[in-house]
Design a protein around this ligand. Structure first.
Ligand code: PMP
Length: 440
């Protein structure tokens, strides 16, 4: 093999040759149910005719036209589609190729906003432990994934992390959900005061935490309090919906369910469904106005920004989702999936928590469901489960190990939005067999 493979998968690597609907086929003819949309990407499943035609049509017209010189139709149309469905005043979109690129963009624009408004001392970004925002240096610096960050820590400015919203383990005895949420949200205020509000630029969080913590959503009051704190201290709120956005949780944007409006909203995976690499950053009117009064342009341009072919694919994916009312199917099949998981694993001796929203659901594994005792790192199930599930024809997304402060491991199910009830049954049955074999 002359290319570099993804570290965690090297022992289970297969050669994928074809995809159809929610299934992927390998070179040996094996069929896998795509129970995780890869890593939360393939929202329309594989080989969608409409998206393929749109890509072909655009490729014949124009693949690339540098955003230094041109705008183009697919970019303008996709921006209009996103602005129409965007919450609040998030009416400006910029497109890139990956999630990390747009998170970096959000961090840089947050900094620029303060400088352009005459508050240049605001440089610090606050993030949460057990969060994931990407693999570039800038995004690792706000990531709470110790394992991925530690090699580079000496190169960074100090990272400022607060507690995540993780009620399963962190709630004190007798503490209500609301009291817990307020307590952890208030850590942001404490941190801002400790650092000096005049030094803090932004707070970044995933509304529903993906890979690092296994589909953890916040309680109602959490993000309301976070927004209040940000407003009080002039700190921008960046929400990273790379994993949980674009319909994955049953609404177009995950933050709609938290009744919170960010200043910058990042999306990627489900935007293009894997057909072309595309990500987007939605920017609020408030920021655009400050930039207009300041240097007059956003200081963030990449070569493949607003790429015509990528935007054409994203546009077709979004039109297909709208025409087939697929976000409603996410809500419906998500509720069914949750019920099936409760039925199959609700009393399982080693499943401590079943959680998530829409088609983004996870099981947390424990030694003992009463005490919530996690498996020690060397006995965690996730890595073995990944391999076992592949032998049962199931692609799922387990994680655990060396992540900052996380005690335990989990598996995520995040299938394509087109999944049917019968296919949810098939997926859960495969997971049952895989978990049983992994534990024995
Ligand atoms: N943020 C979140 C929440 C993610 O899940 C990911 C990817 N797993 C990223 C950012 C980074 O995206 P990319 O890998 O496309 O750079």
């Amino acid at each position: 093999m002359s290319f570099v493979a993804h570290r965690s998968l090297k022992e289970t690597y297969r050669k994928a040759v074809r995809g159809e609907g929610i299934y992927v086929f390998d070179a040996d003819g094996n069929k896998y149910l795509d129970g995780s949309s890869g890593a939360g990407v393939s929202c329309l499943g594989h080989s969608n005719e409409r998206v393929i035609s749109a890509i072909k049509e655009q490729a014949e017209k124009l693949c690339f036209a540098s955003s230094v010189f041109y705008t183009n139709d697919p970019t303008e149309e996709l921006a209009a589609v996103l602005a129409k469905g965007a919450p609040g005043d998030l009416k400006y979109a910029t497109f890139g190729c990956g999630g990390s690129e747009q998170v970096e963009g959000a961090l840089k624009i947050a900094r620029q906003y303060h400088v352009d408004r005459g508050e240049p001392s605001r440089t610090i970004m606050i993030a949460r432990r057990q969060s994931y925002h990407g693999m570039t240096l800038g995004t690792l610096n706000v990531g709470g994934h110790i394992g991925r960050r530690q090699l580079y820590t000496p190169m960074f400015a100090p990272t400022h992390l607060i507690a995540p919203h993780y009620a399963y383990r962190e709630r004190r005895e007798g503490e209500t959900a609301a009291a817990y949420s307020l307590r952890v949200a208030n850590e942001l205020e404490t941190k801002i005061l400790e650092l000096g509000q005049e030094n803090v630029a932004a707070f970044i969080a995933e509304p529903v935490v993906g890979a690092t913590n296994g589909c953890v959503a916040a309680d109602d009051v959490y993000f309301k309090r976070i927004r209040e704190i940000c407003d009080q201290y002039g700190v921008l709120l960046i929400l990273d919906e790379v994993f949980c956005g674009m319909g994955r949780t049953g609404t177009r944007h995950a933050c709609e369910q938290d009744s919170v409006l960010p200043d910058l909203l990042v999306m990627a995976k489900g935007l293009g469904g894997g057909y072309q690499p595309i990500s987007a950053l939605l920017i609020s009117e408030k920021i655009i106005n400050a930039v207009k009064d300041g240097r007059g342009y956003i200081a963030n341009g990449h070569t493949y920004m607003n790429h015509p072919l990528n935007c054409a694919a994203g546009l077709a994916v979004q039109q297909e989702i709208a025409d087939r009312d697929l976000i409603a199917n996410v809500a419906k099949q998500g509720a069914y999936l949750r019920a099936r998981l409760e039925e199959s694993f609700g009393q399982h001796a080693h499943v401590g928590d079943i959680r998530g929203r829409g088609l983004m659901q996870a099981l947390e594994f424990v030694v003992d469901r009463e005490t919530k005792e996690p498996f020690p790192p060397e006995k965690q199930l996730w890595a073995k489960l990944q391999k076992t599930a592949m032998t049962h024809g199931l692609m799922c997304y387990p994680n655990g190990g060396t992540i900052d402060g996380i005690k335990g491991d989990h598996v995520i199910l995040a299938p394509p939005y087109i999944i049917s009830e019968a296919q949810v049954d098939e997926m859960v049955e495969k997971l049952e067999k895989s978990v049983a074999q992994t534990i024995n």
